[in-house]
Design a protein around this ligand. Structure first.
Ligand code: ADP
Length: 419
């Protein structure tokens, strides 16, 4: 079956077209046929579409074209996919796209597994807008747009970024504020990046040939957004992002953990409203705020290594130190683990940042193999700790789209969902 995977942002749509079926999942042979992104929807949008050639190379087309909304953008994507010029084997009509899987950021407390999108599910995703005002409305735009483009009978599945974390125990997900605020307003830790942490958990047990129950690991997703997940018996036991993706690690533009009293103080000193302060913490902080240069880790590493830039070095040091603190705390919360796994743009590509995070952890029995660490970048998967290291350290490139495609297929054909 051909599954269209969509990730809708406020003015962008990312997509992948993935060919999968039950046997292909078992043999890990499902594969991507095409992918692309449309940015700046609402004006002269930038379109970049790529199709995989049989020899593994890609054919990419780019254009600027006015697209007024998400429906127009999705119509553009589908028209391109089915066009004879694109020439994707076996695809020439709407009906060749069997189902659409959506990344939906927030499923709240009720939506704890991937599911077929019915009117009732749409209503429940709408109910979660209050918890994710920046994200869920964009995901819903994609769902409405597919109904418009394919008609009301299109098979759509929602895969939630929060769902993997529904197994957090109450002592991990509650904040120590009066309990009635949890009851009244559902204020609690939900956690995000769940699709990525779940994928990493699946790949790790596949690599090790162990059952899910034996997966006790710390998964560290370091991208523009960043989070850590303590995985116990294959289930999420704790995670660093909270009610929103602002909590936890230092990120590209987000502060991560901060004393909440700073908010009032900053508002008072700078004459900011609460939402001004929140914008500072979400958009002007993190690597960007500390370095004063950029939120892009690759640029920061270049500044630190080539130009010895003091604030670039400080930003990387703080980023690595925060990640290391979480490793220590989650090792304690799990009563030990067998591996630490890096993923996300920074986790997969930067041996430098991984090295900074792991530096000095030999006392824990973590020994990094420098050569393996250096060699494991750009999509490579594998172990970077040395033989005899008490804890393994792995790099596992994430593949959220593949997991969404597989869950979509499972929901559509009625296969049981793994947790
Ligand atoms: P998102 O969270 O937006 O999906 P990604 O997972 O793509 O982000 O990660 C983006 C981050 O990864 C950027 O900060 C980018 O600079 C960083 N990155 C990618 N390659 C490297 C590299 N070789 N060295 C350091 N950082 C890198």
């Amino acid at each position: 079956m051909n599954i269209l995977v969509l990730n809708c942002g406020s003015s962008s749509v990312k997509f992948q077209l993935i060919h999968t079926d039950a046997d292909k999942i078992k043999t890990d042979t499902d594969h991507r046929l095409a992918h692309g992104v449309i940015e700046r929807i609402g004006g002269p949008a930038l379109v970049s579409f790529s199709v995989q050639n049989p020899d593994g190379s890609q054919r990419t087309t780019r254009e600027a074209v006015p697209l007024r909304d998400h429906s127009a953008a999705i119509e553009k994507i589908v028209q391109w996919i089915i066009s004879p010029e694109t020439n994707i084997p076996g695809i020439s009509a709407y009906s060749d796209i069997a189902a659409v899987g959506h990344r939906v950021v927030h499923g709240g407390e009720a939506l704890t597994r991937s599911m077929i999108i019915t009117d009732d599910v749409v209503k429940q995703i709408e109910d979660c807008i209050d918890l994710a005002p920046l994200h869920n409305p964009q995901n819903l735009k994609g769902i409405y747009a597919i109904r418009k483009v394919f008609g009301g009978t299109a098979k759509q599945v929602a895969v939630f970024d929060t769902a993997f974390h529904h197994t957090l125990p109450d002592y991990a997900y509650l904040y120590a504020i009066p309990y009635q605020f949890y009851r009244r307003h559902k204020i609690r830790r939900y956690g995000f990046h769940g699709i990525s942490h779940r994928y990493v958990q699946y790949r790790y047990r596949t690599l090790k040939s162990i059952p899910r129950e034996d997966v006790n690991v710390i998964s560290i997703h370091l991208g523009n957004g960043a989070s850590v997940c303590a995985i116990k018996g294959g289930r999420s036991h704790d995670t660093s992002m909270g009610m929103t993706p602002l909590e936890g690690l230092i990120m590209g533009t987000r502060s991560g953990d901060i004393d909440p009293a700073v908010l009032e103080h900053l508002a008072h000193k700078e004459g900011f409203s609460l939402s001004d302060v929140e914008a500072v913490l979400n958009k002007q902080s993190g690597l960007l705020g500390i370095s004063g240069l950029t939120n892009d880790m690759r640029e920061l590493v270049a500044e630190a290594v080539e130009n010895d830039d003091r604030r670039a070095k400080l930003a990387i040091e703080m980023f690595a130190y925060r990640a290391k603190k979480y490793i220590g705390s989650y090792l304690a919360s799990l009563n030990g683990a067998s591996a630490i796994i890096f993923t996300g743009g920074i986790g997969e590509n930067s041996d430098y940042v991984r090295g900074r995070i792991l530096d000095g952890l030999d006392w824990l029995g973590i020994r990094t193999d420098e050569a393996l660490n250096k060699a494991t970048t750009r999509g490579k998967e594998g172990k970077i700790s040395s033989e005899g290291s008490r804890l393994d350290v792995y790099v596992i490139p994430t593949n959220e789209e593949l997991l969404i495609a597989r869950d979509t297929l499972r929901c559509v054909i009625g296969l049981e969902l793994p947790r």
